[in-house]
Design a protein around this ligand. Sequence first.
Ligand SMILES: CSC[C@@H](O)[C@@H](O)C(=O)COP(=O)(O)O
Length: 366
Amino acid sequence: MRVENQHHRSIALAEDGWSVEIIDQTLLPHRFELRRLTTPEDAAEAISSMRVRGAPLIGATAVYGLALALRDDPGDGNLDAQADRLLATRPTAVNLRWALERARTRLQPLPAGQRAADAYALAAEICEEDVEINRRIGEHGLELFRAAWAARGERGSLNVLTHCNAGWLATVDWGTALAPIYMAHDAGIPVHVWVDETRPRNQGAALTAWELAAHGVPHDVIVDNAGGHLMQHGQVDLCITGTDRTTRSGDVCNKIGTYLKALAARDNGVPFYVGLPSPTIDWDLTDGIAGIPIEERDPEEVIRVSGVNRAGEWDSVVVTPEGISARNFAFDVTPARLVTALITERGVCEASEAGLLGLFPERAAA
Ligand SMILES: CSC[C@@H](O)[C@@H](O)C(=O)COP(=O)(O)O
């Protein structure tokens, strides 16, 4: 997508042809800065510190990290050790496992001398595929937005609520939940977005708002607990989020707080959609609540709030009493029954095993 009239992707090979350029998302929305990754350690650090984040983007970053590792040592031992290290950076988004398993399967049979070049080729392939997947999610989602716009008599604005950041920053380009929003806006539907701030890391307030502003999409940032109130007052036509792991039965794991929005949506008869790229489906799991590992991050992220102070400097302040205990659960699971539909690159389906297998019949035997 465009940043100050220049097209950017969230990750790309640098001009030198071997290092990897990312947007340092920990600096947004205050500073737009590219950062070069030159080692697998850089890639692992970028994922765990959330300089890069979002399920599809961390998968792509991990494979680039593997390519950087194989430049120095393409042997079997290093391939396994680096893949394991990259896999351990974040536990919840299944895209990381999907991308690294795909890399191991492809690279292991190759002679060591070919592995680095092939890892770069695979990373580029995964990035291109991701862009195409998200473009298609956008097109399928656009049809739902058109229907919602027609249902409200094409009057006022189409009010959409989203949680976290499932935009182009979370993927390679377009985004999952935000792709239909961009396409609807570009198609002339007057979309207005309620952006959940998404404590504690504020991906909504910092990243989604920044993306939407750059694209000219009208929006308001709201506190995480405002969505239910807005739905009760008819101010939300539909909700749409991304996902970090969706089970074959359609349970959706996403940023903490998603479940509460889905509950409020159900109570108020508001459709709740999920943009779901197929690499985010965990075909091995049927029970999301029992089976999906939920990342628990540093409580410091809850205790402190960071941003830019009145003097324009980075600052971080404590918002809790001294010495208190805090817990920082990063994701939750929305049961399939609360999800109106899943929007995949192959089309829209019910959030259920039958729905997903209707679009991905090749997975029936898995
Ligand atoms: C297309 S991104 C979908 C999800 O990855 C997104 O909604 C999300 O929860 C990201 O969490 P994050 O902790 O910022 O990596």
